[in-house]
Design a protein around this ligand. Structure first.
Ligand SMILES: [Fe+2]
Length: 207
């Protein structure tokens, strides 16, 4: 007989560098608000919703809006996971930036002509995105494509089976304290701290 425990909680992962590790491109005040405020908030809210869902499963909660609970849970779980990808997708200056190598570098050249052309199109996609979204590079095993995609809000179930290799947060909380309304400057600065090693390792695990 297996013991019934209910659904497990989420935990805020550690930042892979110091809170000021991305300066000057993303300053420590932004990382502080973004990580200790927003990201932690998604984890805490997801856990509150899991408590509620466990109450529903155990029939302790009698009156509930299952669509509302699950929609909110989806938003917050994805908020946690997308931010974890985003943090790990960057590295302090000197360790990040430059160009992608390995299979990732080869595939970008094969499918986009050159790194420069890929970067231009990804930047255009990022700059055209509505205010609450993400620009991502996702790998589709079905045809081996590296797809540049835009994701609105945190509702990304449509990316099922297309793991994210590269991700850029474009919510105002990701840049406003430092770049104000100049989001394109934030996008431009971000290329200096992309962790290509991590992105390439991720892709190579998927191939
Ligand atoms: Fe964010």
């Amino acid at each position: 007989m297996v013991e019934f425990k209910g659904l497990n909680k989420y935990e805020l992962p550690q930042l892979p560098y110091r809170i000021d590790g991305l300066e000057p491109h993303i300053n420590k005040d932004i990382v502080d608000v973004h990580y200790n405020g927003h990201h932690k908030g998604y984890v805490n809210t997801a856990n509150t919703l899991i408590d509620r869902l466990n109450g529903i499963i155990k029939e302790e909660v009698k009156s509930y809006d299952i669509h509302g609970v699950l929609r909110n849970l989806t938003f917050n779980i994805n908020g946690d996971k997308l931010h974890t990808l985003y943090w790990n997708n960057m590295a302090p200056e000197g360790k990040g930036g430059d160009k992608p190598g390995g299979k990732l570098g080869d595939m970008i050249e094969q499918q986009y002509g050159s790194y420069e052309k890929f970067r231009k199109i990804f930047t255009e996609a990022a700059n055209s995105n509505p205010g609450t979204g993400w620009a991502v590079l996702a790998y589709d095993k079905e045809n081996s494509n590296l797809n540049i995609m835009t994701v609105e809000n945190h509702f990304m179930n449509h990316l099922a089976e297309m793991p994210i290799v590269l991700i850029l947060d474009e919510f105002e909380h990701a840049y406003y304290l430092q770049y104000k309304n100049k989001r394109a400057d934030y996008v431009g600065a971000w290329w200096h701290i992309v962790n290509w090693d991590e992105a390439n390792k991720k892709l190579e695990r998927l191939l």
